[in-house]
Design a protein around this ligand. Structure first.
Ligand code: ARG
Length: 463
């Protein structure tokens, strides 16, 4: 841009164009071109409203509308030349509109500012990403449900501190993630509901003296209502922050299952086998099957949380209303949204393809005295011992088994009776892992019957 050529959109009082470095730091077109469909949809709705209210003529509105359709078409086909000198998507579109239809293009920006324009475009984009996240989560929950249904009664060790705690069912473990992802889904639904108000018509910050119809534009773009305060309308980025926060929590859940997959697929655990489609080999060690996708899913939260922290940091302490700082909102959200959608799809594929190693799971469930709690509960129930005493007796039995190098069910009745004389043969019925899980029928417990009921519930909810 030559020294003398000031910006045609706002250069009325400028005698010189910006320095090249100024242009580089100021321009957002490199990334906000992604908002072109939203920008053009918003402009078409705005022009139609201006015409309906008699603010511009219907001829001008028709020319603007046809021109905008052509601009979008050029952008979609990749035939549009984006200009850094024109800063952002809003001015790029308008400048091209002027080339196509001439002077009526200048009427489009009546009763509007880039401040309400960008607030609208970005909201529309984030709203669509909420819908995409909800759809991705539905698909992921279905994949976990299929696993839960197949393995409702498969027994595996449940862990605390990554130490064997009590036997649980595979189905119950899978359903734990369904609960998490259902909460994630509701977070995106909540955020979507709150963001579904239209900021268009707030203009620069104070509203406008033109007789606009904000309900008309809000309705045209599927919003519940127009935003109620013009200052808030152009300075609010809560919708982006909420989207990022919901994404970060969701990515945390993804990282936790990813970590379990990394552990479970190791040669030491062999709980699961990941499909070839989601594993990689090593160029030097032929025996290796690396869980790269799971490791990357474990790591991706770093990016999403990074974007979340970045945008909070940008927004913190900003005075009302719009400040150019806020242009820094888009790249963070774009990257986080792209990352989240990829992660949801990758996890869905991995879960669908996952094979649980049932025999290994069951063996592992029986190891580590996992039914010690069942034994203590039996002493309470059948012999009427206080739980604390039952705990003590069980501890002695575990120690005995440990010394002998066997599991609890391998102890003879004689050996057990030496520790507590009233123990009877029926104790063996609670020492098996199948009986252990089958007995845990309390609401939310791991029993196969509970798992099947919960699977049925979720299937109905998901339709
Ligand atoms: N590119 C700008 C952004 O993304 C658009 C809004 C510009 N508004 C302004 N008053 N300079 O934030």
């Amino acid at each position: 841009m030559s020294e003398a050529s000031a910006n045609t959109m706002w250069g009325g009082r400028f005698s010189a164009g910006p320095d090249a470095i100024m242009e580089a730091i100021n321009a957002s077109i490199g990334f906000d071109k992604r908002l072109a469909p939203q920008d053009i949809a918003g402009s078409r709705a705005h022009a139609a409203m201006l015409s309906a209210r008699g603010i511009i003529t219907s001829e001008d509105a028709a020319a603007i509308d046809a021109g905008l359709v052509q601009v979008l078409d050029e952008i979609t086909r990749g035939e549009f030349t984006f200009s850094t000198a024109l800063e952002d998507i809003h001015m790029n579109v308008e400048a091209r509109l002027r080339e196509i239809i001439g002077p009526p293009a200048g009427r489009l920006h009546t009763a509007r500012s880039r401040n309400d324009q960008v607030a609208l475009d970005f909201r529309l984009w984030v709203r669509a990403q909420c819908d995409a996240a909800i759809a991705g989560l539905d698909a992921l929950m279905r994949a976990f449900l299929a696993q839960a249904e197949a393995g409702a009664d498969w027994v595996m060790p449940g862990f605390t501190h990554l130490q064997t705690a009590q036997p649980v069912t595979w189905g119950h473990h899978m359903l734990a993630y369904v609960e998490m992802f259902a909460r994630d889904k509701s977070r995106f639904q909540d955020a979507r509901r709150r963001m579904n108000e239209c900021p268009l018509g707030a203009a620069a910050l104070a509203g406008t003296s033109f007789p606009i119809d904000r309900n008309m534009t809000a309705q045209a773009m599927g919003f519940e209502r127009p935003t109620a305060n013009s200052l808030d309308s152009v300075s609010d980025r809560d919708f982006a922050l909420e989207f990022l926060a919901a994404s970060a929590i969701c990515a945390t859940h993804l990282s936790r299952f990813a970590e379990e997959l990394v552990i479970w697929s190791s040669a030491q655990f062999r709980f699961v086998r990941m499909s070839d489609r989601f594993s990689t080999g090593s160029s030097i060690m032929p025996q290796k099957r690396n869980p790269d996708a799971a490791e990357l899913l474990r790591a991706k939260l770093g990016r999403i949380l990074g974007a979340t922290v970045a945008l909070f940091t940008v927004m913190k302490g900003l005075p009302l209303t719009y400040s150019k700082d806020m242009q820094e909102d888009k790249e963070q959200v774009f990257d986080a949204a792209d990352t989240l959608m990829l992660c949801l799809a990758a996890m869905e594929g991995m879960v669908r393809d996952l094979t649980a190693n049932r025999a290994v799971l069951e063996d592992a469930a029986s190891a580590g005295f996992s039914t010690a709690t069942d034994l203590a509960d039996w002493l309470v129930r059948e012999l009427g011992l206080p739980f604390r005493e039952a705990h003590h007796v069980t501890g002695s039995l575990v120690k005995l088994a440990e010394d002998k190098g066997c599991d609890l069910p391998d102890l003879s009745l004689d050996e057990m009776q030496k520790i507590h004389g009233e123990i009877s043969r029926s104790v063996y019925s609670v020492l098996g892992v199948q009986n252990s899980v089958a007995s845990r029928t309390s609401f939310g417990g791991t029993a196969p019957a509970n798992v099947r009921a919960r699977v049925a519930h979720w299937k109905e909810v998901l339709g």
